[in-house]
Design a binder for this molecule. Sequence first.
Ligand SMILES: [Fe+2]
Length: 503
Amino acid sequence: MDRRELLQAVGGIGALNALAGTPLFSQGMASEGVAPSRAFTTSFENFREQFGPTEIPFDNPLPTDLVGTLYRNGPARMKRGDSNYHHWFDGDGMIQSFFIQGKTLRHSGKIVQTDKYKTEQKAGRFLWSGFGTSFDDALQPHKPDDINVANISVLPMGDEILALWEAGSAWRIDSKSLDTLGRKVFSAETNGLPFSAHPRVDSLGRIWNFGYLSGQNKIVLYELSPSGVLKRVQVVDSKKSNMIHDFAMTEQYLIFALMPIDFIPPTEPGIPSFLSMLKWDDNSSVDLLVIDKETLSVVTKIEIPPFFVFHFGNAWQEGSDLRIETARGPDFHALMNQIELATRGKALDAELPSHTAMDIIVDLVAGSVRTENLPFRGADFPCFDERFPGERTNLLVMLERSHSMPNEVFGYDTVSSFDRKSSEMASWSYGPTTIAEEHILVPKPNSKEGRGWILGTAYNWYLDQTEFRVFDTRSLKDGPIASASLPYGLPIGLHGKFVPGNA
Ligand SMILES: [Fe+2]
């Protein structure tokens, strides 16, 4: 597909320009200074353009075969002058690196120098409305990358780390210095098209991703070689492609859960936030779209009762069934409202409706779908042993929200794992003054599936410091095997990846 064909498929430059107006991006105990309601937002008051390098000791030495760097991304800058973003997803992205070896952790962090960031830096103020915040004097963006904050996740690629957003290009980051090297252009024809934040790498090393075009009924599919060379790009026509955060992948298929979110362009002057243009339709359905990886064509589309989902774990085929690990979310607008309250430093107004994790099972022969609940409570950020993508994996790790978490505080406090083989759950809680960030499974070299370590960061708002914990997958409930605490708190982030080896 050449650039002309691609642009025709996505509706041409006009469509891209139309997108420019839609900042797509694609949630007591009182200390002396911090009220629980301000726990979440306090982390962002620690913003600096650069952190570290800071070297701190672990309390216990790490296993000798656990050496490498955890790269994380997340919204960091939420304030310029008197202007504040009011939604977590608005913030300018910052890449954090945590190199771990022996008894040492070395941390660095740098803001991603996107075009948007550099322009606003010069202006000394926020110029554009964001995902969830609008400004009365906001400028009209001319293309999605004008408002690209590169703040969701990372994709390691050679000596670089790609900083990923959802509605625009990836940004190239030097893995050593964390300096921003520029916008990633995979090819002329895909220049500026959205490259989402949850690419998946299959058992052959091939990298799969997508981008969605709100209001255009289009999904762009990407296949990259293991080294990051674009091999194929395909546009799929599909309704309900107004906000898609993640997808699932088996050996043979890519699976999308297209949610009933309508995109309603503004009818009045002004540049609204992207979120304000989205409307959940409870009378509609989630459309499960199954796409063949070889032909990049739709195999089947099945409508099921609506639910909200940000993230999927692993997925695999069992006979004619596809089994998809799914972190089913709560009500979309209620979740967005809770995130805004937390970002504004206000107490959550209600407990989120019950939500859980489940397997979605698609019977390809019967064309039917059923679900089986997984024993997690209020859970998200699923991860699994990524040595086995598209194959059955037994260990699923997620963050949970325990009953001991203060009602006013947004987020998660517990790391949990479920073993499908033994049906055993294991959990460890950080306690009521800490918000856990994503934890990932790092496999032990040459080991069986699920054997290795769970590691991640957490923000202790009572102490205003970020903690790094390492667990053994075999003894999660016994607590961390090694812990280190930074002498500062970091803005609460989103996703990361671990790159093994010496820094
Ligand atoms: Fe995500």
